[in-house]
Design a protein around this ligand. Structure first.
Ligand code: ADP
Length: 742
């Protein structure tokens, strides 16, 4: 390549397009690209109707003012449209596309689509200099224009409900689709239970069983068919036996989930009709089919999709700016809970390999390529499905107990359900302690049976009760130890938040003094606040974030006829996680966190900046304040301040979201994680019990891995005077919030 040809010009304009199937979160991505670019003084052109718009040009490629992206974060689909384009598959089409770009001074492109769209973009980039040379030859553009755009800067990320792309653990839209499917399955469960009926539900996923697998795990489906792992040869007999056995132990209904692309070991499709006919014959009862179809694509994006798309969009702009040397294109993705980049074409090739493995019937290979999280979810789905109460035959009959602590959090029941079923499956007696550690001290303990936890996977609240009591006084510890001894508790599973962890540590701390306390104890992080040590994320927080997002969407809508600033207070005690993530997912103008506090100067600057925006036509402002941000500048005080200073420009109202954040049915993510983490913890307890070990631990997500941290380390991992851990990974999102704010 000649020196002249490789001289890049300063990046001044970026085009962004959405392509392939639409996915919730695409709007959040476009908004993020627009705002991030504006901060860096770069123009953004929205290409409407995907590659069709890029080829057609004209009005389909329009400069986008960042203000145009106000009010799109919460909308499903893609406001700039998507289309399939046959022309772009041809060189002719790509020639027109290149001309349309350089004529507008654009040589940078963000593509949000599936693997097809990204592969197409890569081809376009490879041909770029050839296309421009041809345009110069035919006189369509000048040599100067061609020289000014020596290469195409390209980056992309995946918008696809299928979650079928390598290079990212999650694609944008998959979490929202899972929400839609789980809502539908929950609804079907209630009607199916009323009539003792079986439903066969077909969900999307031609090559990828992600949606089928996770929705089955999140709703306790009786059976699931996914393309990556065809069932055993004798599956028709197995599935009938399985559902009959379920009925015999008292389950009133069954739901079978079938992925669109499900197949048998010979590669023949397993259709929902096929499954229905077989079950009707085997069970001798009516079986109904529900094909969920396009509802799975629709609706408002989930909190996670909004956040993820925002982060991806931001990084896309940063990476394009950094590309000064015709770098091979990158895919932006989420890996191990970190937003990272990987070589785009490696990801495309890897993705296509999964399909090839399935076509050549190398199913184990296909499953391996799907990654660890998928495999673990598959393994646990199978274990939960197959787990059945067995008569205890061994002498080593252990008794394990499960207890909550802290505020109620969505996912608690799912965790107890998994503990009961998996504990029974090990041949153990499983005890539920009622009303937290107070119940343990008082001996409020009940033996649990298989059917006692039926339906609990989807229920909010905490059926066995929870509270914030921590046994601290010597008498409390002594009485607790007595109860543990009296009930012959060999191992303790603690599922909850701050108080639960403190209580677990208190008991563990006194194990030398009281032999009854010298048992393995394992803690599962389950609180909406996400304020626990030894984990980057607690279960329950995702549901709370979705609750915040739904409420703030409504609050915004309520202000249509007025100019108004809402000061929204969210939970968190001393931890700003819900405020930051909730603020990012709702497009908050300002976010106040306990980690940073609030100052008078800061408030004055914020009032001034917002007033400026209202003067320029802004209609609704949202400020998200974490409940523990500041003792003096309360939500009321801040609201009064904005009300006074808003004058004629806007008025101000407060909205304290309160306990709704702890309620509601758990999100799909929280159900799945509650089940997976509990399963791991039961394995941990089992290993300790069977080997005579006494280790105690806290399970948690650390850089995407599930890890156990010794419970003795608890004091060093938490702040001594406030309720939060020493390390908080999520705080890095602060920078993103500043870029995104208005
Ligand atoms: P997805 O991006 O969801 O995988 P498609 O495979 O349908 O969806 O691709 C969307 C669009 O991307 C196509 O209509 C076409 O314009 C473009 N495209 C896909 N593959 C290629 C390719 N190999 N070369 C050029 N363009 C392509």
């Amino acid at each position: 390549m000649s020196d002249v040809a490789s001289q890049p010009s300063r990046l001044s304009s970026i085009a962004v397009l959405t392509s392939g199937g639409d996915a919730a979160g695409m709007n959040a991505a476009v908004r993020a690209v627009s705002r991030s670019a504006a901060r860096r003084g770069i123009d953004v052109y929205a290409v409407h109707e995907g590659y069709h718009g890029l080829v057609t040009g004209g009005d389909l490629i329009r400069r986008m003012d960042p203000a145009e992206t106000d009010g799109i974060l919460h909308r499903g689909g893609t406001v700039i449209g998507t289309a399939r384009s046959r022309e772009f598959r041809t060189r002719e089409g790509r020639l027109a596309a290149a001309r349309n770009m350089v004529e507008r001074g654009i040589d940078a492109l963000v593509v949000i689509g599936g693997d097809g769209s990204l592969a197409g973009a890569n081809q376009f980039r490879q041909e770029w200099s050839g296309l421009l040379a041809e345009l110069v030859d035919t006189g369509a553009i000048s040599a100067e224009i061609a020289k000014a755009h020596p290469f195409l800067r390209l980056t992309g990320f995946v918008g696809s409900i299928d979650n079928d792309m390598s290079g990212t653990d999650m694609t944008i839209g998959a979490d929202t689709a899972l929400h839609r499917i789980v809502e539908a399955l929950d609804a079907l469960h209630s009607t199916a239970a009323s009539h003792q009926r079986t439903f066969v539900v077909e969900v999307m996923g031609r090559n990828c069983g992600y949606l089928a697998l996770m929705s089955a795990l999140a709703t306790a489906a009786s059976w699931v068919f996914i393309p990556e792992q065809p069932p055993a040869e004798d599956w028709p007999a197995q599935i009938c036996r399985h559902i009959k056995a379920d009925r015999e132990i008292g389950r009133r209904h069954s739901v079978v989930v079938v992925a669109e692309g499900a197949r048998d070991r010979d590669g023949n499709r397993i259709t929902s009709e096929h499954v229905r006919a077989l079950l009707e014959e085997g069970l001798g009862e009516d079986v109904r089919i529900t094909v969920l179809g396009h509802v799975q694509r629709g609706g408002a994006p989930s909190a996670f999709d909004r956040y993820l798309a925002t982060h991806f969009g931001y990084l896309a702009v940063e990476r394009l700016i950094a590309d000064e040397a015709n770098r091979p294109p990158e895919l932006i993705g989420l890996q191990n809970n970190r937003v990272v980049t990987s070589p785009l074409m490696d990801c495309v090739a890897h993705t296509q390999q999964v399909a090839e493995r399935m076509n050549s019937r190398d199913y184990d290979g296909a499953l391996r390529l799907r990654g660890r999280h998928f495999r673990e979810s598959y393994r646990i789905t199978q274990t939960m499905q197959q787990a059945a109460p067995r008569p205890v035959t061994s002498d080593r009959h252990f008794r394990i107990a499960v207890v909550h602590g802290g505020g109620p959090a969505p996912g608690m029941n799912a965790a107890v359900r998994a503990a009961v079923r998996l504990g029974l499956n090990h041949g153990y007696t499983v005890l539920a302690i009622k009303n937290g550690f107070k119940g343990l001290r008082n001996g409020d303990i009940q033996e649990m049976d298989w059917i006692d936890v039926s339906g609990w996977v989807s229920e909010g609240g905490a059926e066995i009760g929870t509270n914030r009591y921590v046994p601290e006084h010597p008498a409390a510890i002594a009485e607790t130890a007595e109860q543990i001894a009296a009930h012959h508790i060999d191992g303790l599973l603690v599922v909850g938040g701050w108080a639960a962890y403190r209580a677990a540590h208190e008991l563990h701390r006194h194990r030398r003094q009281y032999p009854a306390l010298d048992i393995p104890i394992v803690c599962v992080p389950l609180t909406v606040n996400n304020d626990l040590p030894a984990t980057e994320l607690s279960i329950g927080a995702d549901t709370a974030l979705n609750s915040i997002v739904v409420d703030v969407d409504k609050i915004r809508q309520s202000a249509v006829a007025t100019r108004r600033v809402f000061v929204v207070e969210v939970m968190g005690h001393d931890c700003g996680y819900l405020a930051l993530m909730g603020g990012l997912a709702t497009g908050a103008d300002r976010i106040y966190l306990p980690e940073e506090g609030i100052t008078l100067d800061g408030l004055a600057a914020d009032v001034k900046a917002l007033a400026e925006r209202f003067r320029a036509g802004k209609r609704v402002g949202v400020i998200v304040r974490s409940e523990g941000s500041d003792r003096v500048y309360t939500t009321g005080v801040i609201t009064s301040l904005f009300q006074k200073e808003g004058g004629q420009l806007f008025d101000a109202r407060q909205a304290i979201l309160g306990h709704v954040q702890e309620g509601g049915n758990p999100s799909p993510f929280d159900r799945v994680q509650a089940t997976i983490l509990t399963a791991r913890c039961i394995e941990f307890l089992s290993e300790q019990l069977e080997s005579g070990g006494r280790a105690s631990a806290m399970i948690g997500f650390q850089g995407g891995e599930l890890r156990f941290t010794d419970l003795t380390r608890y004091p060093e991992l938490v702040e001594s005077d406030v309720q939060r851990p020493v390390e908080q990974h999520w705080i890095n999102g602060r920078e993103l919030a500043v870029v995104m704010r208005d």
